[in-house]
Write a protein that binds this ligand. Structure first.
Ligand code: ATP
Ligand code: MG
Length: 440
């Protein structure tokens, strides 16, 4: 027996259906905003993440799966997808002036060596978008509204958009100096992580979750007092536009996000369930104005994006009953009553499938009673029984498992018989009639 690698999990059966549903819904919304899919490699050069996510981030400092391949190249399993997508956009020269913005969406696994906890894994999945070639603050609004719209379509109510403006590099350099002065006076009483953050990236201290440190953070100087006029103006436009779109938000001047590449607008969507449970951030994102350049693209190209954690969405939706029933029923279950009829049974099952009936077949030879039990367990609408008489007369018994009636049907007419029954179906049920007929 083998165990799962720590921090990984299987996504199987109905859970996998839920993941597909979430991903498909997010993809549809992104397509609706005219985004195109990007599938980039899971492995990238380690330096890509050092340059983009940043040496001072928790991710690069302690969470990356990095190894040397047999050619002694340093390779990293991607901890997020933004860097790879931007690299791909740059490598494929998609940033010609007439082609911007490039609107990309992605979905796939990420790897971070974190302490596994409820809803926190070492391999997890993200969906996200990047809009690259942003020249208007309303693009940021568009990206935020895509995220909002996607979460609404999934059924989330009472979302809280938390937003901040962290300015450009110049503003942050000034602000960091002031922060260093301020936190320098309190550092002795702060946590070990903050002492490290103080030297690596003092902004990170604002994100500290230790309660006594939060008290100190509360009274720290605020970024808004160090923003350039352009940043301030941008942020005002974004806020006004969000007001007009009816997207409620809360400004959190301590929201800095864990990745180094952000500048100006950063945001998260937080969720509190109907039962009052606070799930924190479902996703996060923001604007970046130096990332494309860091990765080797044109220096003036700015972008904006966000990433949603699929695991987190799935667990919140399960807890909060946001999933609709997933229909796992089948239409037909073919039951050969003797192993020598199995070949014929497969033939019939194939014809049914080709005609749009979701079909399974018993090849385990359990006897009539056992097979019927299995048909019910699979929530089949019909049991198709193939016994000695049926083989002799080229017929099959169709048992309607909804109303317990049965009829003998000539095999040549089985499809038209079932089509007719489906058309007549007046049970008022929500049954999917899995036809692929011309009229549908
Ligand atoms: P957190 O504050 O939860 O650590 P983060 O700031 O590290 O999140 P991002 O890097 O912005 O998150 O990733 C976006 C989303 O990906 C998060 O909001 C979360 O839903 C999800 N996510 C991040 N790390 C994990 C993980 N280890 N396991 C599962 N989902 C994750
Ligand atoms: Mg994290």
């Amino acid at each position: 027996m083998f165990n799962l690698v720590k921090g990984t999990h299987d996504v199987i059966l109905t859970e996998a259906d839920k993941y597909s549903y979430i991903e498909q819904t997010l993809i549809q919304v992104a397509e609706f905003f005219n985004y195109k899919e990007f599938r980039t490699p899971i492995i990238e050069q380690s330096e890509l993440f050092q340059r983009s996510v940043g040496d001072s981030s928790d991710i690069v400092r302690k969470e990356m799966y990095t190894f040397f391949d047999k050619g002694e190249r340093s390779i990293t399993l991607r901890p997020e997808l933004t860097a790879g997508v931007i690299r791909s956009i740059v490598n494929n020269k998609l940033l010609a002036l007439g082609d911007i913005p490039v609107k990309a969406y992605y979905v796939g696994p990420c790897f971070r060596y974190e302490r596994p906890q409820q809803g926190r894994y070492r391999q997890f999945n993200q969906f996200g978008v990047e809009c690259v070639g942003v020249v208007s603050p309303y693009r940021d609004v568009e990206v935020i509204s895509l995220c909002y719209f996607a979460l609404k379509v999934l059924g989330f109510e009472n979302l809280k958009l938390v937003i901040n403006c962290i300015g450009d590099e110049e503003s942050r350099t000034n602000y960091k100096n002031v922060l260093r002065d301020y936190f320098g006076k309190h550092l002795d009483s702060m946590c070990a992580d903050c002492k490290e953050r103080y030297n690596l990236n003092v902004l990170r201290i604002l994100d500290c979750k230790v309660p006594t440190d939060q008290e100190i953070v509360k009274n720290a100087p605020k970024i808004e007092d160090y923003l350039t006029d352009k940043s301030k103006e941008n942020f005002e436009k974004v806020k006004k536009s969000l007001d007009e779109l009816g997207i409620e938000y809360e400004i959190d001047t301590n929201l800095v996000r864990g990745l180094d590449y952000y500048s100006d607008v950063v945001f998260e969507f937080h969720y509190t369930s109907s039962k009052g449970l606070d799930y924190g951030a479902l996703c996060g994102g923001g604007h970046y104005n130096k990332l494309v350049q860091e990765i080797g693209g044109p220096h003036e190209v700015e972008g904006c994006g966000f990433a949603i954690g699929i695991e987190r969405i799935a667990s919140v939706m399960s807890d909060d009953n946001l999933f609709n029933e997933i229909d796992e029923s089948i239409d037909c279950y073919v039951m050969p009553l003797d192993v020598t009829y199995q070949g014929k049974a497969i033939e019939i099952a194939t014809a049914l499938r080709l005609n749009g009936f979701k079909t399974d077949v018993n090849l385990e030879g359990k006897g009539l009673k056992g097979m019927l039990k299995k048909a019910l367990k699979l929530s089949s609408k019909y049991a198709l029984i193939l016994g000695e008489d049926e083989i002799k007369t080229n017929t099959i018994v169709v048992k309607d498992l909804t109303n317990e009636t049965q009829e003998s049907v000539n095999l040549a007419e089985i499809i038209s018989y079932l089509d007719r029954k489906e058309d007549e179906c007046s049970c008022g049920c929500d049954h999917h009639h899995h036809h692929h007929n011309d009229e549908e």
